[in-house]
Design a protein around this ligand. Sequence first.
Ligand code: GLP
Length: 240
Amino acid sequence: MQVIIADSAQEVARLGADQLSALMRTRPGAVLGLATGNTPIALYDELIRRYRDGQLSFAQARSFNLDEYVGLAPGHRQSYRHFMNQHLFNHIDIPLAQTWVPDGLGDPETVGEAYEALIDAAGGIDLQVLGIGRNGHIGFNEPSSSLGSRTRIKTLAPQTLADNSRFFSPDEFQPSLAITMGIGTILRSRKALLLATGESKADAVQAMIEGPVTASCPASALQLHPCALVIVDSAAGARL
Ligand code: GLP
């Protein structure tokens, strides 16, 4: 695992964008694994800026998102499909037909396997972007998730529900289930790029990098990844 401690959240976004830019230049048809949450928004803004400057094209890229809320239709304003359209896809040249987000309305029995089959058919993920939850989750793989897990439905942990409640208004339905790529799915990506910013992530970042590999901290599984790059700002890296 390679770790970079950057000076600021902006620098984290720039360095992360450098990774994606280098991949897109050498492999225009790359398969990207993408994430939601606050952290990657600055990365996506930087990618949009580089696309508008003519430095980057995503016309041939394909993308697979990590996760989606169960029960939310793609058009729902709280869905992760909506998030991705708003924060990235609507602003770059990737055709929406080349982007996939797990189906929040899919049959729970088959939806995970179907998503894995789509990833396999695309040739696997070249670069998986990740954030990290305060409890060490990646995607929606909460603590105690199997390290070999594949895409399936998970119940969200109380802390995750509380952390993500800021995105929902008080009278709005907040799903407590999500469909998420598994830790095993993430470990199969050819490169993993985890970004973390802010002091609220410092404990999780320390556990991920310096702690044991354990299902109690799902992100620690990245220690087993053959090519994992972690980029944090000084606040998130404060306990390293
Ligand atoms: C959600 C997402 C994760 C993300 C995490 C942290 O739970 N499923 O993929 O990493 O939130 O989000 P944030 O970047 O907003 O702290």
